[in-house]
Design a protein around this ligand. Structure first.
Ligand SMILES: [Fe+2]
Ligand SMILES: [Fe+2]
Length: 277
């Protein structure tokens, strides 16, 4: 059982000729399946896949971490590139909420395409709130329980319904868990529900006792000092093999994680490739 993980889109570029954009997309191969996890904002996906030698036209599954545009903006390109259709898209039903961010005004940050349009391009939505096994060792998280007590979803993430705003609990925040003989490999999307909540959920679901690797967006860029400290303490207790942060981690949290985890830390930008046997 080996897993190949290639980060196609990230806020920063870490490989020659690769483009950077605010967002994330990660390609993985495991159990003979080709899986795309998110699509970035939409400008870099196909270009970077070509540069990095990833065959975008032969996907078996597309999985969405949540409905924000920086993870779903490349859906059209990803679907149009497929040689074989339909392509199953695994996600939570709340991805279709009218999602906004309150940041210098209220900005729409939801999926920039209509569902029927994406279906006409060959997307076949398999919406679920529950964990979903893609193959023998690859699991989509389902809803993440808020159990750590110190990780909260941002107050400025909103849903608009019938003209009124309410806080978005981001129940659609999914991650991917891969079982390997040496522990759990976790790919985070934006980590809106909290990295510790997500990792604990993954360990519970799979019955594994250690996190071999965690890669992706940790959503620590708005975390205060206390949350960051508690997060690091919790991570230390997970016998973490390596941590490759991306996207919404932020400079302060990245520096602190690098200081604590030393050679086990890396910055997971566009072009980063890892393999786990
Ligand atoms: Fe997000
Ligand atoms: Fe994001």
């Amino acid at each position: 059982m080996s897993v190949r993980v290639v980060t196609l889109v990230e806020n920063t570029a870490g490989f020659p000729l690769v483009l950077a954009e605010w967002g994330q997309s990660v390609y993985l191969e495991a159990d003979g399946r080709k899986i795309l996890f998110d699509t970035g904002l939409g400008n870099a996906l196909l270009h970077n896949a070509k540069v990095l030698g990833v065959e975008m036209g032969k996907l078996d599954y597309l999985i969405l971490s949540h409905g924000h545009v920086d993870h779903t903006g490349g859906l059209k390109d990803a679907l149009e590139a497929q040689e074989k259709k339909p392509l199953p898209i695994v996600a939570h039903p709340d991805i279709w909420g009218k999602k906004y961010i309150r940041l210098g005004g209220d900005r729409f940050i939801g999926i920039p395409f209509a569902r029927d349009y994406l279906e006409s391009l060959g997307g076949e939505f398999r919406l679920t709130k529950e964990p979903f096994w893609v193959s023998e060792n690859v699991l989509v998280s389902g809803e993440i329980p808020l159990e750590s007590g110190f990780e909260k979803v941002d107050d400025n993430m909103l849903i608009k319904e019938n003209g009124r705003f309410s806080k978005d609990p981001l129940l659609d925040d999914f991650s991917i868990f891969v079982k390997t003989p040496k522990g759990l490999v976790v790919i985070l999307g934006c980590g809106h529900r909290g990295i510790v909540n997500i990792l604990r959920h993954g360990l519970n679901l799979t019955g594994l006792d250690r996190v071999r690797a965690v890669i992706g967006g940790t959503h620590l860029f708005m975390a205060d000092k206390e949350r960051l400290e508690k997060t690091i303490e919790a991570l230390k207790g997970m016998n973490l093999g390596e941590i490759g942060v991306s996207h919404c981690t932020g400079m302060q949290a990245s520096l602190e994680l690098a200081r604590v985890f030393k050679e086990r830390f890396f910055f997971n930008n566009a072009g980063t490739s890892r393999e786990y046997d």
